[in-house]
Design a protein around this ligand. Structure first.
Ligand SMILES: Cc1cc2nc3c(=O)[nH]c(=O)nc-3n(C[C@H](O)[C@H](O)[C@H](O)COP(=O)(O)O)c2cc1C
Length: 211
């Protein structure tokens, strides 16, 4: 299958086979795709928590509309965004860039100051919402990477974020949950969605051009 065939193949799997485990190497590649996702100013303001613990996933399922994929998938990826942009977090990424690239650049340092003079002064909620949008870019990269691996994945917002933050103690780490992604393998019997055609608006209703 080429990329577009895999994107047709993927769907928001409703029933996963609890007996099948996704190899850790594939999980690593899926997470790596999210780590490589672009983010605004390269701040990478989110983290992924990979949950396999059965008891923890049972507790998460209870606050996620009892969605079975949470426990029947083999891994649960939690996308959690920074709760705020602090000077420390901004400086860390700019310092890391200088360290990795081995030089300091005046334009880049001016850009750092511009962010330091604006982001931390905004409300935590505005900053969290901005960070959450970056987390969704990572979620999207992970979804495409999972399809590429022929691994099933169900993006989910159907959970209580505050309860999930409590279960994983995310607030203590300056994080807030944004989306969860059970990954595993579809169990076609018992999945009402598996054989239904994918529904998308036709291209003419989706894209317009200015040439
Ligand atoms: C951000 C986001 C949140 C979603 N939340 C849920 C969810 O909680 N439970 C679920 O079964 N599907 C969820 N979905 C799946 C969508 O309903 C599904 O992707 C959409 O209907 C398109 O279908 P397809 O993914 O099968 O192509 C979510 C999708 C996205 C992108």
């Amino acid at each position: 299958m080429d990329l577009h065939q895999r994107l047709q193949w993927r769907y928001a799997t409703k029933k996963m086979d609890p007996a099948r485990k996704v190899p850790e190497a594939a999980i690593d590649r899926i997470v790596e795709a999210a780590r490589l996702a672009p983010t605004s100013s390269g701040l990478q303001p989110f983290e992924i928590i990979v949950v396999t613990n059965a008891e923890v996933r049972e507790r998460i399922r209870a606050i996620a509309w009892n969605q079975a994929q949470v426990t029947e998938g083999s891994h649960l990826l939690v996308f959690a965004a920074w709760d705020h942009y602090t000077p420390e977090r901004i400086n860390h990424m700019f310092d890391l860039t200088n360290e990795v690239r081995g030089f300091r650049n005046e334009g880049w340092e001016n850009y750092r100051q511009m962010l330091l003079n604006s982001y931390p002064q905004r409300t935590p909620e505005v900053n969290f919402q901005h960070a959450a949008r970056q987390a969704y870019i990572g979620l999207s990269a992970a979804l495409i990477a999972a399809a590429y691996e022929e691994v099933d994945a169900t993006p989910m917002e159907g959970f209580d974020p505050e309860a999930l933050d409590g279960i994983l103690d995310l607030r203590a780490r300056g994080l807030r949950s944004v989306a969860i992604l059970p990954v595993g393998y579809r169990q076609a019997e018992g999945d009402w969605l598996v054989n239904l055609p994918k529904v998308r608006r036709p291209k003419e209703q989706f894209v317009s051009r200015v040439d």
